[in-house]
Ligand binder design. Structure first.
Ligand code: PEP
Ligand code: MN
Length: 339
């Protein structure tokens, strides 16, 4: 971090600041220039509040060189993190995982039926929301605990680990007991109390990117979970909001190499919420694999036109199967395998 001081900065104020920074374990170098003096900070500056520094009238500017995240930072943890989801290893050079299932659990019989189809098609985990974050309070809100139990039953029958969204911390025990991979949805990416709460457990967390979150804000949310004690974070890009109307969201594929360069966390892609249209799912899924994604999470429904939510973006099981077959070829082309 570089702090540029105005020429009229008083020495005793500078000394107080240097003292404060040194107490954080930071080495401070004062460089005197013709027009400005500069403090060059060396060490872990993640605890330095740059907004507070900018508030000093005698400080001209503050420039961060190192990223504000530490635990998620590849610089401090060069090897890839591998997250174990009930025996399935995600990240590093492990095979790519393909997760399928409905947007929402719609009952015990339907979830068992679609789980079998997901498995037959080559999916290795089952998704299904029991607590749904819906834009309208009048829309189906999910089956709640009954839905979680139905997912668990589908998992017992198929041996597929399950992924489901946790919307509030008061349901954590229910999720720890029943769910293999706990999803924090896009709308809760900056629900910091929820992030801290899932940081206190050691179940794997699937952290979706917020609707309008920058990559840095998203990584900082992962940092919250890790700083609270849970290193098992998988990131999930699901498209961000832009001016574009022909897709539900804009899928940002550049995040894959960026996340891999800056962090050591696995990253998977959700083409369903990105596209909002089943016709686009296959091509963007293949592109995500070519770009290095560690997995895909795709909405699959046996009868999309009757789905209780997100039917338009849901693949029929046969299409999901074809997608996986094609994904194998793309994965081979980039020296990966599909699990
Ligand atoms: C979902 O996975 O069904 C969902 C609501 O996703 P997102 O949080 O990405 O919108
Ligand atoms: Mn959905």
């Amino acid at each position: 971090m570089i702090i540029t001081l105005k020429k009229d900065a008083l020495q005793n104020e500078i000394d107080l600041l240097i003292d404060e920074l040194e107490k954080l374990g930071i080495i401070v170098n004062l460089i005197q220039g013709n027009n400005f003096n500069v403090l060059g900070l060396v060490g872990d500056t993640s605890k330095v509040d740059e907004q507070r520094l900018k508030a000093y009238e005698w400080i001209k500017d503050v420039t961060r060189i190192a990223a504000p995240y530490k635990l998620a930072n590849r610089m401090f943890h060069p090897e890839d993190t591998i997250v174990d989801v009930s025996g399935i290893k995600v990240g590093g050079n492990n095979p790519i995982v393909i997760i399928g299932g409905p947007c929402a659990v719609e009952g015990l019989e339907p979830i068992i039926s679609v789980a079998n189809k997901v498995k037959d098609a080559g999916g290795v985990m089952l998704r299904g929301g029991a607590y749904k974050p819906r834009t309208s309070p009048y829309a189906f809100q999910g089956m709640g605990y009954e839905g979680i139990l139905a997912m668990k039953e589908a998992s017992n029958k198929t041996k597929l680990p399950i992924v489901s969204e946790l919307m509030s911390a008061d349901k954590i025990d229910e999720f720890v007991e029943n769910v293999d991979l706990i999803q924090i949805g896009a709308r809760n990416m900056q629900n910091f109390d929820l992030l801290k709460a899932v940081g206190k457990i050691n179940k794997p967390i699937l952290l979706k990117r917020g609707l309008s979150a920058t990559i840095e804000e998203w990584i900082m949310s992962a940092e919250y979970i890790m700083a609270a004690g849970n290193p098992n974070v998988i990131l999930c890009e699901r498209g961000i909001r832009t001016f574009e109307k022909y897709t539900r969201n804009t899928l940002d594929l550049a995040v894959i190499p960026i996340i891999k360069e800056r962090t050591h966390l696995p990253i998977i892609i959700d083409p369903s919420h990105a596209a909002g249209d089943y016709k686009l799912i296959e091509s963007i899924s293949l592109a995500a694999i070519a770009a290095g994604a560690d997995g895909l999470i795709i909405e699959v429904h046996e009868n999309p036109s009757c789905a209780w939510s997100d039917g338009a973006q849901s693949l029929k099981p046969e299409k999901f199967k074809t997608l996986i077959e094609k994904a194998k070829k793309v994965a081979n082309a980039v020296d990966r395998e599909i699990l």
